[in-house]
Design a protein around this ligand. Structure first.
Ligand SMILES: Cc1ncc(COP(=O)(O)O)c(C=O)c1O
Length: 390
C-alpha cells in the first residue's frame, strides 16, 4: 500500500488497528488489564509491550497518539488529560531546579502561570521575550537555559515567532525547543519540519473540534515521548480518559476539512472587519495588515487559522457592547469549535496575567477574540453587523 498518505487519509486511517474487524475504532474503557500468568505480567512490566493500566496507556489512547504523531510528522506522541497536562508534562520531562527557560510573551495564560509561578516555585526561572524579536531570544540565553518555548501564533495577540530561526538557535546552543501549535494546527504549520523538537497541543481545540472533550497531546522523538510518559505523565498523573481520546480521534477524521473551513471563514471575517469604520484595528496572520504577513505566508502555508482579534473604536466599552449584542456567536472562551465563540481575553482567559505584562505583550484592554466557527460566513457577518450597527 502507498505509504506517504495525504493529510485527509492520515487523519482518518493513521493509528487504525489493521487486525480489528470494527470499521469504527472501539473505546477501551478498562482501567486495568488481566494477564494469563505471573510471568506474562512481569514481562509486560519490563517490556511494556502489552496494555497494563490505563494511566500508562491503552489501545484507544495509543490510536489517538499514532494519529496525531502522523499528522505532525513526528516519531511518537503522548496524549494527556488537557492541553495544560501536555505542556506541564513536556516541561517537567526536561527541567530541573536551577534550569532556565526562554519563552515568548505571547503565551496562553495557563502556560504563563505555569512558567512564572509553579515552575518558578520549584527553582526554574523563565525570561519572557517579545515574540517577533529573534535577537532578544538569543540575548536572553544563559548558560543554564535548557528550553526555548514558543507559541505561534500566540494566544490571543496572534504574534508569530520565526520558528525555523529560533529552532536553529536552540539547536546550535544544545537547547530543547518546544512550540504550542494549538492555534495553527498541523494543517497550517508543521513545526517539526521547521526544526522544532517538541510540538504541544490543546487537543480541546481544533484537533477534537467539537467542543466536547478536554485533551492535550505532545509530539516528539520516541526518546522524548517515553521520558515524558514514564516521568511526569505517569507520576503527576494527567492521563487522558479513553472516551475523550476516542472523541478527539473521531474529531480528527474531519480535522483537515474543518480546519480549511475555519481558515476560509476567519480570513473572510478579518477582511470584512478591516473595512468596518467601527473597527480600530484587526489582526489575522493571513491578512496583509498583519505585521508578520510575509512570515505567516512562509511558515503557515496552509492558512492563517481560525482566530481573528480586533479592537473597536471606543475600546473596552464598545467591545463589551458588541459581546452583549451578538446572537449567533457564543460568548464563551476556547476556540476550535464548530460554533463561533467570542470572548474578551483581558477579563477572561488572561485575567490572571498582570495588566502591565498583558499590555506589554500587546494584549490591549479592549481586544476582542473571535474564534471563527464553521457556520455560513454570511450569517456570521450579519450577526456581527447587527451587533455593531443594529
Ligand atoms: C494556546 C493554548 N495552549 C494551551 C491551552 C490549554 O489547553 P487546555 O484547556 O486543553 O488545558 C490553551 C487553552 O485555551 C490554549 O489556547
Amino acid at each position: 500500500m502507498k505509504k506517504n498518505w495525504g493529510i485527509h487519509t492520515t487523519a482518518i486511517h493513521a493509528g487504525d488497528n489493521p487486525a480489528a474487524r470494527d470499521v469504527a475504532p472501539p473505546i477501551h474503557v478498562a482501567s486495568t488489564y488481566r494477564f494469563t500468568c505471573a510471568e506474562e505480567s512481569a514481562t509486560a512490566f519490563e517490556q511494556e509491550h502489552l496494555p497494563i493500566y490505563t494511566r500508562w496507556g491503552n489501545p484507544t489512547i495509543a490510536m489517538l497518539e499514532a494519529r496525531v504523531a502522523a499528522l505532525e510528522g513526528g516519531e511518537a506522541a503522548l496524549a494527556a488529560a488537557s492541553g495544560m497536562a501536555a505542556v506541564s508534562a513536556a516541561l517537567l520531562a526536561v527541567l530541573e531546579a536551577g534550569d532556565h527557560v526562554v519563552a515568548t510573551t505571547g503565551l496562553y495564560s495557563g502556560t504563563y502561570n505555569l512558567l512564572t509561578r509553579d515552575l518558578a516555585r520549584l527553582g526554574i526561572e523563565t525570561t519572557l521575550v517579545p515574540p517577533a524579536d529573534t535577537a532578544a531570544f538569543e540575548a536572553a540565553l544563559r548558560p543554564e537555559t535548557r528550553v526555548l518555548y514558543l507559541e505561534s501564533p500566540g494566544n490571543p495577540t496572534l504574534d508569530l515567532n520565526d520558528i525555523s530561526g529560533l529552532a536553529e538557535l536552540a539547536r546550535s546552543r544544545g537547547l530543547i525547543s518546544m512550540i504550542d501549535n494549538t492555534f495553527a494546527t498541523p494543517l497550517n504549520q508543521r513545526p517539526l519540519a521547521l526544526g522544532v523538537d517538541v510540538v504541544l497541543h490543546s487537543a480541546t481545540k481544533y484537533l477534537g473540534g467539537h467542543g466536547d472533550a478536554i485533551a492535550g497531546v505532545i509530539v516528539g522523538t520516541e526518546n522524548f515521548i517515553r521520558r515524558a510518559q514514564k516521568g511526569p505523565l505517569r507520576n503527576v498523573g494527567g492521563c487522558i480518559a479513553p472516551f475523550n481520546a476516542w472523541l478527539v480521534a473521531r474529531g480528527l477524521e474531519t480535522f483537515p476539512l474543518r480546519m480549511a473551513r475555519h481558515n476560509e471563514n476567519a480570513l473572510a471575517v478579518a477582511t470584512w472587519l478591516a473595512e468596518c469604520p467601527e473597527v480600530a484595528w484587526v489582526r489575522y496572520p493571513w491578512h496583509p495588515s498583519h505585521p508578520q504577513y510575509a512570515l505567516a505566508q512562509q511558515q503557515m502555508p496552509g492558512g492563517g487559522g481560525g482566530v481573528v482579534v480586533f479592537e473597536l473604536e471606543g475600546g473596552l466599552e464598545a467591545g463589551a457592547r458588541l459581546l452583549d449584542r451578538v446572537a449567533l456567536c457564543s460568548r464563551a472562551v476556547s476556540l476550535g469549535d464548530t460554533r463561533t465563540l467570542i470572548t474578551h481575553p483581558a477579563s477572561t482567559t488572561h485575567h490572571s496575567v498582570p495588566r502591565q505584562v498583558r499590555l506589554a505583550s500587546g494584549l490591549a484592554d479592549g481586544l476582542v477574540r473571535l474564534a471563527v466557527g464553521l457556520e455560513d460566513v454570511e450569517d456570521l457577518l450579519a450577526d456581527l453587523e447587527d451587533a455593531l450597527r443594529g
